[in-house]
Ligand binder design. Structure first.
Ligand SMILES: [Zn+2]
Length: 264
């Protein structure tokens, strides 16, 4: 029988050890990958990893609250938000808000806007190329166009203005949801090649205008990449994290094994 992400969410919410053991084994590697990308300097800091685990383990954590059957990728997209919450963010040299970005980039196509958004998510042109399946040189060219448009809208521009403002832009995009916004399933079908934007004019028109949906889509694209080849932790690797959260591991604690060893 396969233990699903939905069952894990249910068990974690109910505080069952098997849910938390599965979460730790499967998603600590995911948290590490996200930290490696988003942490300044690209170092996975153990303290940040532990902060994320402690934060999502709290009863008030939003991560396990949804009663909807949650596809794994949507769950990981939410987990990514929790990871970012635990990382310090420097104030940008020049602040830019979503409204200004939206106005500046209005003339761009949907794909060009996705390239711009991945820049706020700290991806380099080569990585953007992989994520959006385009040549790195194409991503680079689009980023030049994006820079020109932004430069025309702000008093003081720098090449890092989008990446420096990424965190606050991301937060704004999340709260910008409207009644017409697309459900995760629509994006997931698109990523799985089951549907395309073509021939779905209404849908494409909405997403092209909606930064909430562009953010949502880009985060799911990121999740697909982060989950690629994900390797679960072994019991031994997972043990310290289970201990951190007070989750029974099913094997006797070290001191009992030590005592048993002495008795023998
Ligand atoms: Zn939308």
């Amino acid at each position: 029988m396969i233990y699903t992400c939905y069952e894990m969410i249910r068990d974690c919410r109910a505080g069952r050890a098997e849910g938390w053991r599965f979460f730790i084994a499967s998603y600590v590697p995911v948290i590490r990958k996200l930290l490696a990308h988003y942490q300044p300097g690209g170092q996975v800091d153990q303290a940040a990893l532990e902060r994320v685990l402690v934060a999502v383990h709290r009863p008030e954590s939003a991560l396990f609250q949804s009663l909807e059957p949650s596809p794994e990728r949507w769950f990981v997209a939410q987990l990514r938000q929790e990871v970012l919450e635990q990382l310090p963010a420097d104030a940008p040299a020049t602040a830019i808000d979503l409204e200004t970005v939206a106005a500046a980039l209005e003339p761009l196509t949907l794909v060009e806007k996705q390239v711009a958004w991945l820049e706020t998510m700290l991806y380099q042109p080569a990585e953007t190329g992989i994520l959006l399946r385009m040549a790195p040189s194409t991503a680079e060219k689009i980023r030049g166009k994006v820079a020109d448009l932004i430069r025309g809208k702000v008093d003081s521009w720098s090449g890092t203005i989008l990446s420096e403002n990424g965190r606050s832009l991301g937060r704004e995009a999340v709260t910008a949801a409207g009644a017409d916004c697309l459900p995760p399933k629509t994006f997931l079908d698109m990523l799985d090649g089951r549907t395309t934007w073509q021939g779905r004019g209404e849908l494409e028109r909405h997403v092209t205008r909606c930064w909430h949906c562009i953010d949502h889509f880009c985060r799911l694209v990121e999740v697909v990449e982060v989950l690629r080849g994900n390797q679960a932790l072994s019991d031994v690797e997972a043990a310290p994290f289970c201990e951190l959260l007070g989750v029974p591991t099913g094997t006797p604690p070290a001191w009992k094994r030590w005592l048993a060893g002495r008795a023998g």
